[in-house]
Design a protein. Structure first.
Length: 102
């Protein structure tokens, strides 16, 4: 009989939002099936994260998806770091986040 430990990791973002991501720790004899190993779409979606300018000091206008207004908004990206909720064009932001994340 295979055992599996299922725990949750709290990932904090820059605003008051937080997301729970399951962390699966299989025993050596456990093999995950494709349906079990595939996370839910929301877990893959970067669109829920708050805009993060990163540690660098560049001034690059970018777009992020705002889940509250369900629209893409601008923010100033520093040029490095940050998270995946950053897009060079409003059209790309809309395409990724309204078609795949809502």
């Amino acid at each position: 009989m295979s055992l599996m430990v299922l725990s949750f990791v709290l990932v904090a973002v820059t605003s008051v939002e937080a997301y729970w991501f399951p962390r699966i720790t299989p025993t050596p004899s456990l093999t995950l099936t494709p349906s079990f190993a595939t996370p839910a779409p929301l877990w893959n979606a970067p669109c829920g994260f708050s805009p993060e300018p990163g540690p660098c000091k560049a001034f690059k206008p970018m777009y992020y998806f705002d889940v509250i207004s369900n629209t893409c908004k601008t923010f100033n990206y520093g040029g490095c770091g940050g998270n995946a909720n950053k897009y060079e064009t409003e059209n790309l932001c809309k395409y990724v986040c309204t078609k795949h994340c809502t």
